[in-house]
Design a protein around this ligand. Structure first.
Ligand code: NAP
Ligand code: GDD
Length: 325
């Protein structure tokens, strides 16, 4: 039985990846941080699976990582944990650097000394392309990050490459473009919109306040993207891959389609601009070229933009129907 260790298992991607690996017959170990209230909503459906074990630890605590890996001796390590919200990275740049940048080095050190045969996956991000140097972005496109989060991810990316080249480790980076789902955190724009649209539909809310409607992203479905992570660790050689749909849409497109999916009529009557959500430096447009992944991993997205918006709106309407407030 193959063993996988996942940091960030309570997050959107970690929860889907854990489901996938359990279905593939893995023994899965998930790192969770101690919190005063348990935070297992996204892994509720798998928490009683006998092949899942939760291990207490933190990206800031080297010993917890080294100890876990020494005990488990996993075949595969997926480092998905991070302070992942771009906006918050301006409010907490130091913490973002600790978790999202140096945290990667801590996990790599733990792999190097405690489980050197394990294959390592780093959750790199299209946010590294920032003020884009070419269109579309591929594995060779230079980085120009535009947020403390993006800067931290560039460190995480290059330290992964460096450990691969320095210590001959099987260490790869997946440069994933935005991916969403009903499990997406409510602070990210897609879920913020689909949740608000569901609440407006049910008469619980009148309008939604947003920042920049013109920003464009290459949005895919999270379940498709965790498959790509797994595929990258099944290869014979360690290589980095861009994972994206190859389409870009604006925040306004997302809002319009979400209102349409809920039969709400003209989206403009529900929208207010709030400068609080504008960013100090914006990433205007992202669009990825995933042809390397298509060719070498035989990976391609199964859900398009319209389907993604619809499935998220429908899921949020169901959730809001069951919620009192
Ligand atoms: P997410 O939902 O925000 O999940 C982040 C996870 O990291 C949570 O499980 C969180 O635990 C954990 N975490 C945060 N700080 C930690 C620490 N100090 N020690 C241990 N665990 C910690 O993020 P996601 O959307 O699943 O994304 C997964 C990874 O992919 C992240 O690294 C993100 O930056 C990257 N990424 C995401 C996208 C995307 O579009 N989703 C695109 C490219 C890259 P708690 O539950 O305790 O907070
Ligand atoms: N969150 C948020 N809230 N974003 C808004 C809002 C709002 O009210 N209004 C407009 N936006 C715009 C942001 O300015 C940004 O241009 C775009 O919507 C997307 O914002 P997010 O959904 O917060 O995602 P992100 O693109 O900044 O970051 C996500 O994708 C990265 C990959 O490119 C995160 O998942 C990162 O962790 C990930 O690395």
């Amino acid at each position: 039985m193959k063993k996988a260790f996942i940091t960030g298992i309570t997050g959107q991607d970690g929860s889907y990846l854990a489901e996938l690996l359990l279905d593939e017959g893995y023994q899965v170990y998930g790192l969770t941080r101690r919190t005063s209230t348990q935070n297992f909503a996204r892994i509720q459906n798998i928490i009683h699976n006998p092949n899942l074990e939760l291990i207490s630890g933190d990206l800031i605590d080297q010993h917890s990582l080294s100890f876990a890996l020494k005990e488990i001796q996993p075949d595969e390590v997926y480092n998905l944990a991070a302070q992942s919200f771009v906006q918050a990275s301006w409010e907490q740049p130091i913490l973002t650097g600790e978790f999202t940048a140096i945290g990667v080095a801590r996990v790599l050190e733990a792999v190097r000394f405690s489980a050197p045969k394990a294959k390592f996956y780093q959750a790199s991000s299209s946010e590294m392309f920032g003020k884009v140097r070419e269109v579309p972005q591929n594995e060779d496109t230079p980085f120009y990050p535009r947020s403390p989060y993006g800067v931290a991810k560039v460190y995480g990316h290059w330290i992964t490459v460096n450990y691969r080249e320095s210590y001959d480790m099987f260490a790869v980076s997946g440069i994933l473009f935005n991916h969403e789902s009903p499990k997406r955190g409510l602070e990210f724009v897609t879920r913020k919109i689909t949740n608000a649209v569901a609440r407006i539909k049910l008469g619980k809310q009148e309008y939604i306040e947003l920042g920049n409607l013109d920003a464009k992203r290459d949005w895919g479905y999270a379940k498709d993207y965790v498959k790509a992570m797994h595929l990258m660790l099944q290869q014979d050689s360690a290589e980095d891959f861009v994972i994206a749909t190859g389409e870009t849409h604006s925040v306004q497109d997302f809002l319009e389609l979400a209102c349409k999916a809920a039969d709400l009529g003209d989206w403009q009557q529900y929208y207010k601009h709030n400068p609080k959500y504008d960013r100090p430096a914006e990433v205007d447009v992202l669009i990825g070229d995933a042809s390397k992944a298509k060719k070498m991993l035989n990976w391609q997205p199964s859900v398009n933009f319209e389907e993604l918006v619809k499935l998220m709106v429908e899921a949020d309407i169901k959730i809001e129907e069951k919620t009192v407030h």
